[in-house]
Design a protein around this ligand. Structure first.
Ligand code: UDP
Length: 374
């Protein structure tokens, strides 16, 4: 029997869209082995004409040093009536290459996991004369940009009740909405909670607590300064620093002669193992990383956030007492020293709160929902 095709539309802006797509693809294969062919297409980079194909490349800067520019862009575009007008203007310029891509693939279901592919996506499916349902899976946790919401999609999947409320405010019909949690890899579900064992497997000292420092897929934020401050404070811990796709950061970190045991990673393919080995996470407030840390039961120090789509994540983590927002490296070092003091009850409670927010099965639920529409 020929496999039915499910096309995921993403763009590698940050690591979250691809990580969510991979997680759902993994869950589809796990639940329905050999039944569906999932195609994950970075359409902005690979199928859009110049200059559109160059736009994703600017996100690393926009979410890092260019954050003030991003904040202005977000505010200027965050109006509920803008998407229809804005994407209506762009569509004639980007219609043909994507329609050709769709005609070549003839998917049985099209799924958008990116805010700029919903209004355009519905139009592309029509332009390609495809008889395929169109579903949006929102990968932002709490603060949704109106670009995510196109009332003409067949179905909209969001991670939290707060996101559902926003979708309703932006005009999404309630009967098209479902809430399942943030889709994360099933590998996080398999974490055993035996941190010493994960440390041993990674070749780390099993009995020394581990602090994992991450700046999202792009390695943004003051990761270097934070890691240095922690090391200089001679925290009784070992450091695992993930630089993501930020090669300059990796080179900078690798040149250091560290005061405490430290491992530097580039784009880590083993994030479940790293979280399994860690006692605490220092991270930018990315929805994927935060949700993975909930499943790993990790208290979080949120050191940074992208204004707009990540603003609400900071409140969410703090309101649920699963972590704290602390942008200053010296504060982070002090908080970690306090948290890692043996017997710290508040730290233990925070780990419990994080675990309570976990939705490890979200990708499986989303997989079942999507497949029911093929
Ligand atoms: N990630 C990874 N390896 C890295 C850095 C990040 O696998 O070296 C993953 C991380 O586990 C998460 C995603 O990339 O699944 C980052 O998504 P998030 O929403 O946290 O932030 P974004 O990068 O999209 O801003």
């Amino acid at each position: 029997m020929k496999k039915k095709r499910i096309l995921f539309l993403i763009s590698d802006t940050g690591g979250g869209h691809r990580a969510a797509a991979n997680a759902i693809a993994e869950a589809i294969e796990y639940r329905y082995p050999g039944c569906y062919a999932v195609i994950i297409s970075d359409i902005w980079k690979n199928h859009m004409p110049w200059p559109f194909c160059k736009l994703p490349g600017t996100y690393g800067w926009l979410s890092g040093a260019g954050k003030p520019v991003w904040q202005v862009l977000w505010k200027l575009t965050a109006h509920v009536h803008l998407p229809r007008f804005f994407f209506g203007m762009i569509f004639p310029l980007v219609k043909n290459p994507m329609a050709r891509h769709l005609i070549a693939l003839r998917p049985h279901l099209v799924v958008s996991l990116h805010p700029v592919m919903n209004h355009l996506g519905v139009k592309w499916v029509k332009a390609a004369a495809l008889d395929a349902p169109f579903v949006t899976v929102v990968t932002d946790m709490v603060s949704l940009h109106p670009f995510w919401i196109c009332a003409e999609v067949d179905h909209l999947i969001v991670p939290t009740q707060a996101a559902r409320q926003q979708a309703l405010q932006y005009g999404m019909p309630a009967e098209k909405l479902a809430v399942y949690g943030q889709p994360i890899s099933l590998k996080f579900m398999q974490l055993s909670g035996h941190r010493r064992e994960y440390r041993r497997r990674l070749g780390l000292a099993a009995d020394i607590p581990a602090v994992l420092v991450v700046g999202g897929g792009e390695g943004t934020g003051r990761i270097y300064r934070i890691a240095r401050r922690i090391a200089v404070s001679r925290l009784q811990a070992q450091l695992l620093v993930v630089s993501g796709r930020n090669r300059a950061l990796k080179e900078q970190l690798e040149k250091v002669c560290w005061e405490i045991p430290t491992r530097v990673y580039g784009f880590a393919e083993n994030m479940p193992q790293l979280m399994g080995a860690a006692d605490v996470l220092v991270t930018k407030a990315g929805p994927g990383t935060i949700s993975e840390a909930f499943v790993a039961g990790l208290p979080q120090v949120l050191c940074d956030y992208v204004p707009g789509q990540e603003t609400g994540n900071v409140d969410y983590v703090q309101d649920q007492h699963a972590g704290i927002y602390a942008p200053q490296p010296e504060d982070i070092a002090r908080i970690l020293s306090d948290w890692l003091t043996p017997g710290n009850a508040a730290f233990q409670a925070m780990a419990g709160n994080a675990a309570r927010l976990a939705r490890p099965q979200a990708a499986l639920d989303i997989a079942a929902d999507l497949v029911s529409r093929v």
